[in-house]
Design a protein around this ligand. Structure first.
Ligand SMILES: CC(C)(COP(=O)(O)OP(=O)(O)OC[C@H]1O[C@@H](n2cnc3c(N)ncnc32)[C@H](O)[C@@H]1OP(=O)(O)O)[C@@H](O)C(=O)NCCC(=O)NCCS
Length: 225
């Protein structure tokens, strides 16, 4: 039987994947208790309902998590032209959503340099996508595991989490072959195959993953220097 961690009966995934220096909030985007602040609403005004629901859940999670760190809940979390969230001064964070679950993870910049989190449905990654996002070494590893489609989805998700983690430091778009992943028993390590801003080829970002209740969740964070 799968064990589901929860606080007051609520499912929580990311508090198990990240250090206690990171504060997380999670919710179902279809039943959000909370709403957008006006400047956030303006940022998403043109979007379709499904996107508005997910954006709302992400912002509500983000502001609730920030509030637990003492940030005024009336401060909006806007987005830049690059679509990355703009965190209040002194804070870092990351947001992710699927149709059925959404999460935000935040921390004080004095303790954590950057965070990346990602959620994906735990459906197998299509063969065509797998070939596009995996390096030859990752494809070879996947060929030897018992569920290559699902583990391919974990590789995909981990790379998206790493992308979100590195972006605030480098401001660079990175393709899926920019990092090479090793995965084992709920842990992953992404080794940079190229220089990206302050990150150099050979540098790595480590994180954790879990697969539970139809969802793949991946998370990584870089501690403050
Ligand atoms: C940006 C990206 C990672 C988002 O991932 P996704 O699985 O499509 O969607 P998620 O719901 O998990 O995440 C979306 C959230 O990511 C955040 N985000 C978007 N762009 C971002 C960026 N450049 N940096 C950090 N976070 C970003 C936003 O908070 C967004 O939610 P919001 O628009 O409601 O605020 C993805 O669309 C992308 O562009 N990937 C290509 C690059 C990549 O992954 N390379 C891997 C090698 S390192």
């Amino acid at each position: 039987m799968k064990v589901v961690s929860s606080i007051a009966g609520r499912r929580t995934l990311f508090d198990r994947l990240l250090d206690p220096s990171v504060t997380t909030e999670e919710m179902d985007p279809r039943s959000v208790e909370g709403s957008l602040l006006e400047p956030e609403e303006q940022a998403i005004a043109e979007a379709v309902d499904r996107r508005i629901d997910q954006f709302t859940a992400g912002r509500v999670c983000a502001r609730q998590a920030l509030a637990r760190l003492g940030v005024d809940a009336g401060i909006p979390v806007l987005q830049g032209e690059d679509r990355a969230p703009i965190w209040p001064d002194g804070f870092v964070g990351s947001i992710t959503h699927t149709d059925s679950w959404c999460a935000a993870a935040v921390a004080r910049a004095s303790e954590v340099r950057a965070i990346g989190i990602d959620l994906e449905p735990s459906t197998p990654l299509k063969e065509s996508v797998l070939n596009r996002i995996c390096t030859p070494a990752e494809r070879q590893w996947l060929a030897e595991v018992s569920d290559p489609g699902l583990m391919g989805k974990v590789v995909f998700s981990a790379k998206e989490a790493v992308y979100k983690c590195q972006y605030p430091l480098t401001h660079e778009f990175l393709g899926f072959h920019a990092v090479a992943l090793d995965l084992e028993d709920g842990f992953f390590r992404a080794v940079f195959q190229q220089d990206a801003g302050e990150l150099r080829r050979g540098d790595s970002i480590s994180g954790r993953y879990l697969i539970e209740e139809g969802i793949v969740a991946t998370a990584c964070a870089l501690g403050a220097r």
